[in-house]
Every structure is written in C-alpha cells, then in structure tokens.
Design a protein around this ligand. Structure first.
Ligand code: AMP
Ligand code: MG
Length: 406
C-alpha cells in the first residue's frame, strides 16, 4: 500500500506528454493552444464606420455650431456595411454611411446621425468633429503578422471569435484525451431497467462520464461487463486499444470475483500501484500500458468519483496541457470536530461557507462510500492528511473545490 501523495506523484511522474493536433475551432473551447496563432492580415481589414451617420471631411465642419451649422451636399445613395459601391466625398459633400460601411475616399470622419439635421439633398452639422472620429481604423484590433493568441493559452469563446475573424476554421491544440469507461459487476443493470434485489443500477459509468465532460476530455462508455474473466479480458483489451485513459470500475478489491487486477496485468500493462492509504478509494490500482494509463477504480460510487477528482483529473489536465489544476484547492476551517484514524488520508465531503475572507467547512452528512447523495450535496472534498488524528474544530484543511463557487 502506498500513501496518497506517493500515488499522485507516481501518476504525475509518468511524463505522458500532451499530443498536439488540429481541431475544428468550435471543438477547441477550453483546450490549450499548442502553437502561436499569427494574424495573416489586419483586422479590421479596412477603415470603416463605427456609427450610423454621415461620412465627411472633418475640415469641412470647422466653425460649425448649433447657431451657425455647416450644411453639406448629400451624395445620393448610402454606404451600407458590405457595400462595394465606389463613392468619393469631395469638399463640401457628405454621404450617408452605416456601421461597418467602408470609409469612402476623400472622407476621414463620421458624424453620428443625432448631431445633424436636414434631409434629402443638404445635411447640416451643428458641431466640429475631430478628424477620424467614429471610425474604426484598419488594423486597430489586430495587426498583420502579430501573435494574437500565444501557445499554451486556454481557448475562450472570444479566442474562437478572434480565430474565425482571421479566417482560421481549425486550430493547433493539445488533443482532448479519449477516456474509456467500463463498469463491472454481476449485480449491475442499466439505468433504464427496473430495480429489484439483488441488482444495482450502474451509476458509475454516468457519473464518471460526466466528470470526463466537466474536465474537458472525451469519453466512450463500454457499458456493463459481468464478472467473467473472458468477457472482461476481451472488452478491456478493446478499450485499451481505442482510448488514451481507461477507467474500469469495480472488481479491484480482494473479493472472490475481483478479477480486474490480474486481467489488466495479464494484458501486459505495468501495475504502478495497488491499494492506497486513503478513505474512500483504498482499492485503487493504476497501470501503465504503452502511453496509456488504466485506472481500476473501486466500485463504490463515491470512491470512484473521489478517485477521479484526486487522480484522473490531474492526468487529464496534464494531457490537455493545462497549467492550473482543473479543480482549485483552498484552505478552510473545520466547523466541527472530524473524527479521523491516523495512517490514511481521508477525503471528506463538505459544504463550504464563506464568511468574509474565511472559509468554513462542515460535513455533508453520512460519509459511507455508497452514499452518493452526500457527494451530490458537497461543494468540495476536504483532505485530512494521514498523520492527523482527530481533527479539532477550527483546524485548517485543504479542500478541493468541486463546484463553481457563487
Ligand atoms: P466492487 O468494487 O466491485 O466490490 O463494488 C463495490 C460496491 O460498489 C458494490 O456494492 C457494488 O454494487 C457497487 N458498484 C460497483 N460498480 C458500480 C456501478 N457501476 N454503479 C453503481 N454501483 C456500483
Ligand atoms: Mg464487483
């Protein structure tokens, strides 16, 4: 048995590198850029109007006041956004222009509609306007040749818009790992099936798939496999070939039908460790197979999810090239005494309460590893280190935040 810290270190130390690929920009949200994105052209690509109004030569408006307006000849037609009409504004002239319309030759400024009066052939202007006002200059947002988005940046919705505006439909990113999920156990039935003794609905493949989605990776569910060596061997082999990370839940304890460890080892995967001094999640086993990692997770619904938050999330985050952990860790004071047996790290499901700069935590309720609702009600997972005895009220603990904080 190894310590929780050593287990995490072992996974981190595997040195499995993120894999770069090109992906459709709409599939890139939350991914990390593997290369710089350079601008092949200026954005905007041409000077254009920031307002609906009139394009003028600002010099023509010198001296204009509400009492002594300057009136200009209105060129027929207007310059709408996208209009390719050739228009030239000469001294004493103006032309109607819409937001986004290309600034016509000869003009340099746009006056908003609200600062004018008159119609048809003559438009009057009631104030002077500095040159260039209400226009958007070529290249003012992005300069041709500049690095707009740096490698290692996590892609946001605005970044996707920036890439689209530059004509990129795909982007160089670190690939979202594909995570295979297998549930094992003779007692398991589908979520859609009628439940009666002695069966249990397979919730793990759902909660784990949801965690994979939340982590930004991709999942593939392989369904429920019975505790049958031949079936398990066949399905695990197939899943190992198809995925980057494999999660197998159940069958990893010391029960009579717990075959998973031997089967995965038999396929040729290297057992990195089996059993961790932690609660819940003690039976966890982790294997390396080529450049893939297999997590044999305990079947208890809370144990498998906690092992995901603590170990699998960390590997996914590394494979996606993220610099910060997927789940932030904070410190918080225990609201009540927490009973704890020395010699194993304990993960406690907690509710977080903020009081000014201080964070407080209290247990969500019974902590049995089959009580999934107590994880559903938790804001975080508090970590009681293995060398702690009972934790007195007021003790500061690290807490992995698993819910967005309001
Ligand atoms: P095991 O790790 O196979 O010994 O399973 C431990 C406990 O977790 C048993 O009570 C199982 O019924 C339960 N369990 C195992 N797999 C799942 C699953 N996929 N969904 C819900 N409960 C499960
Ligand atoms: Mg089982």
């Amino acid at each position: 048995m190894i310590s929780q810290e050593k287990a995490l270190e072992t996974i981190k130390g595997l040195g499995i590198r993120p894999k770069p690929e090109k992906a459709d920009i709409l599939d890139c949200l939350g991914c990390v850029l593997s290369e710089d994105i350079k601008a092949p052209q200026d954005i905007p690509a041409y000077d254009n109007s920031a307002m609906d109004g009139y394009a003028v030569r600002s010099d023509d408006l010198i001296g204009a006041t509400p009492l002594k307006p300057v009136c200009l000849d209105l060129i027929e037609g207007d310059v709408s956004a996208g209009s390719e009409k050739k228009v030239r504004v000469s001294k004493g002239q103006c032309v109607s222009i819409m937001t986004g319309g290309k600034i016509p030759g000869g003009s340099d400024t746009v006056v908003m509609q609200e600062d004018t009066f008159g119609e048809k052939k003559r438009i009057c202007f009631i104030k002077e306007i500095p040159k260039g006002c209400n226009t958007r200059k070529k290249g003012e947002d992005i300069k041709e040749g500049s690095v707009v988005l740096k490698a290692k940046k996590r892609i946001s919705p605005a970044d996707i818009g920036v890439m689209a505006s530059l004509g990129y439909t795909s982007a160089p990113i670190y690939r979202r790992p594909l995570v295979g999920i297998i549930s094992t156990g003779d007692e398991l039935i589908e979520a859609s099936e009628k439940l009666s003794a002695p069966k249990v609905r397979d919730s793990n493949s759902y909660s784990l798939a949801a965690q994979v989605i939340e982590a930004g990776a991709r999942y593939k569910r392989y369904g429920i496999i019975k505790d049958d060596k031949t079936l398990l061997d066949r399905h695990i082999r197939q899943a190992l070939e198809e995925t980057d990370i494999l999660l197998v839940s159940g069958g990893i304890s010391v029960g009579k039908y717990d075959y998973i460890k031997d089967i995965i080892s038999g396929i040729g995967a290297e057992l990195l460790f089996w059993r961790v001094r932690q609660k819940p999640g003690k039976p966890l086993a982790v294997f390396k197979y080529k450049d893939k990692v297999v997590f044999a997770l305990p079947g208890n619904p809370v144990s498998s999810m906690v092992c995901f938050y603590v170990y699998v999330a960390s590997l996914i985050s590394d494979l996606m090239g993220l610099k910060v952990p997927l789940y932030k860790t904070i410190t918080a004071k225990a609201r009540e005494e927490i009973r704890h047996k020395k010699g194993r790290t304990e993960f406690i499901r907690v509710v977080l309460e903020k009081k000014g700069p201080l964070n407080y935590i209290s247990k969500t309720g019974p902590q049995g590893s089959g009580i999934l609702t107590s994880l559903a009600g938790a804001d975080g997972i508090a970590i009681v280190p293995e060398d702690f005895g009972d934790v007195p009220e007021g003790t500061e603990l690290k807490v992995i935040l698993i819910k967005e904080q309001k």
